[in-house]
Design a protein around this ligand. Structure first.
Ligand code: ADP
Length: 334
């Protein structure tokens, strides 16, 4: 029978103490006086209790403790006392709970993401299918609709391409996290290039793109191509969600060893309640407007990824109907 429950340990202890007492009682009359008998009984009881506590509690706790702290540097196992074990096991439990919660969150996130991707792709695919079917069913010979439907199908293909390209960028950013090419580069040049590329788009909405560098340098540390992508996404959003005749201002400010980069517009703005979710994938304040103007809902998620990969954060201030300002910080050249 294993001695591994409180009642079994109690019975075992009582039997052994009773046996000690009986033996000492019998030998004490003949060979030992009462003082030595009590002293011998005391020592035997200490030895027994020490043995029981060590074998049945301490050794077992040590094994459990060693297992849960296998990979962590914590208190020396020799100095272990019950309170320390209790405290450290609690810490370990909290840590595991956090890990589990994070894993559950990631899992939900993944599921939601797959759902979103298929939903986003479904709309253009069904549209293309509808246009092609109509053309096949005779529309191709109808000069009223054939070109119109082909160009609509083409627009849907463009939308799918945009989504797939943005998804590719996000997945690359997630898998090659460490592969940022951090170099010194001329950020004024990068901003000007992005502005040049978006000039035509801005002209269509009569939006002027204004650039000023109020910092002490043109050079910062970062991944040039990725920061270029940040400018493209933020400036193109300022145009998409800008007002006809409005203005987008790209400004750099001095912050000692850093530079603050701001992209501000006087467009439709964003309601306060939407701000915390703005950088989530596929989140749009106004779904229809975003889709109509070819938005994928991934632009800001990409921006956030890139800025965070630079160990910085992307910030936004916005007031409905007044405008929005996106800003981030980069380290100046070293
Ligand atoms: P989208 O492809 O829809 O533009 P983004 O991730 O770039 O996706 O932006 C997410 C949403 O944030 C947009 O759908 C829009 O509602 C809002 N948004 C982004 N930039 C601006 C801006 N400059 N002004 C107003 N709303 C914006």
């Amino acid at each position: 029978m294993k001695i591994n429950t409180p009642i079994r340990i109690a019975i075992f202890l009582s039997i052994v103490i009773f046996a000690f007492a009986t033996i000492i009682f019998f030998i004490s009359d003949d060979t030992l006086n009462i003082f030595y008998s009590l002293f011998l009984f005391f020592l035997s009881t200490i030895g027994l209790i020490y043995y029981v506590v060590k074998t049945f509690f301490h050794e077992k706790i040590k094994v459990i403790y060693k297992n849960i702290y296998k990979f962590k540097n914590t208190s020396n196992i020799q100095d272990l006392d019950i309170e320390t074990v209790e405290k450290e096991v609690k810490e370990w439990m909290d840590l595991k709970e956090d890990e589990l919660r994070k894993m559950q969150k990631d899992e939900n996130y993944r599921r939601e993401f797959i759902g979103n991707v298929s939903h986003e792709l479904k709309t253009p695919i069904f549209n293309i299918q509808g246009y092609i079917q109509t053309l096949l069913e005779g529309g191709i010979d109808d000069s009223e609709v054939n070109l119109k439907y082909l160009s609509r199908a083409n627009k849907s293909v463009d939308r799918m391409i945009n989504i797939v390209e943005d998804l590719e960028v996000i997945s690359k950013l997630e898998t090659d996290k460490e592969e940022l090419l951090i170099n010194k580069f001329d950020i004024s040049l990068v901003a000007s290039e992005a502005i040049d590329q978006l000039e035509m788009k801005a002209n269509k909405s009569n939006i002027s793109l204004v650039f000023s560098n109020e910092s002490s340098t043109d050079f910062v540390m970062g991944d040039r191509n990725k920061i270029q992508q940040v400018f493209m996404n933020l400036i193109s959003n300022s145009i998409k969600y800008g007002k006809d005749g409005g203005e987008t201002r790209v400004r750099f400010f001095d912050m000692e060893d850093n530079m603050m980069i701001e992209i501000a517009d006087d467009g439709i703005g964003i309601e306060k309640h939407a701000l915390p979710r703005l950088f989530e994938r596929f989140y749009r304040v106004d779904k229809n407007r975003s889709r109509d103007i070819g938005g994928t809902g991934l632009g800001l998620a990409i921006v956030k990824h890139i800025i965070e990969a630079h160990d910085q954060t992307i910030n936004v201030r916005s007031t409905k109907d007044i405008g929005s300002t996106f800003s981030f910080i980069l380290e100046k050249e070293k």
